[in-house]
Design a protein around this ligand. Structure first.
Ligand code: SAH
Length: 204
């Protein structure tokens, strides 16, 4: 997976590649789909949601440019796989999931596999987690109709927000960096994520 799907397609950050080599992706996939865990596509995890394609996880993680001391917020825990990849690159990861069943499974898997610096929270994360702000990185792994302003407010100086923005079935992944109170936006790649549903996302 790492050599053929990630390095061969231009993922160059060695820390990201090393993290994805070490996280056991099959542990985050429902048992009946485990034989496909390292294939080049998303997989169903229940509640009509998916664990993202490995390449998409790598691209977004690379864009976050994490340092070991960073504190990160993920919105859209899903299986917990992305949170596990982040946990090897940052000091603490807060991750929010709106489906209780998914949040519970992700929490259990993360504990069992031993990622103790990840905190799973079950709620609408579209407005971020103001109590724990500021964050060095915020990653949204669901597609938003527009960039929720609350997330920009929760970035620390130099902080990065990586978020898919656009239509329900097709988005552009953007990276927004906060410099001296100003925001610099870059388009990263086209992508297809399940919708971000909530107060600052799509209506159910
Ligand atoms: N990062 C995940 C995949 C994300 S799928 C992984 O590694 O497996 C997107 C997830 O975002 C879904 O589980 C969906 O339920 C969740 N989601 C959608 N809107 C949300 C919101 N407002 N707050 C929290 N989670 C949300």
């Amino acid at each position: 997976m790492v050599e053929r799907q990630l390095r061969a397609r231009g993922i160059t950050d060695e820390r990201v590649l090393a993290s994805m080599l070490l996280v056991p992706r099959h542990e985050f996939v429902p048992e009946e789909l485990r034989d496909q865990a390292y294939e080049d596509h998303p997989l169903a995890i229940g509640e009509n949601q998916t664990i993202s394609q490995p390449y998409m996880v790598a691209v977004m993680t690379q864009e976050l440019q994490l340092k070991p001391s960073d504190v990160v917020l993920e919105i859209g825990t899903g299986s917990g796989y992305q949170a596990a990849v982040l946990s090897r690159l940052a000091s603490a990861v807060y991750t929010i999931e709106r489906h209780q069943s998914l949040a519970f499974i992700a929490h259990t898997t993360l504990r069992e596999v031993g990622y103790r610096n990840v905190i799973v929270i079950c709620s609408d994360g579209s407005g971020g987690l103001p109590d724990k702000a500021p964050f060095d990185g915020i990653i949204v792994t669901a597609g938003a109709p527009e960039i929720p302003h609350a997330l920009l407010d929760q970035l620390g100086e130099g902080g990065r927000l990586v978020i898919p923005v656009g239509e329900k079935m097709l988005q552009v992944c953007k990276r927004i960096t906060k410099h001296g109170g100003r925001f610099e936006t870059q388009d990263v790649t086209g992508c297809v994520f399940v919708p971000l549903i909530g107060k600052f996302g799509w209506e159910i």
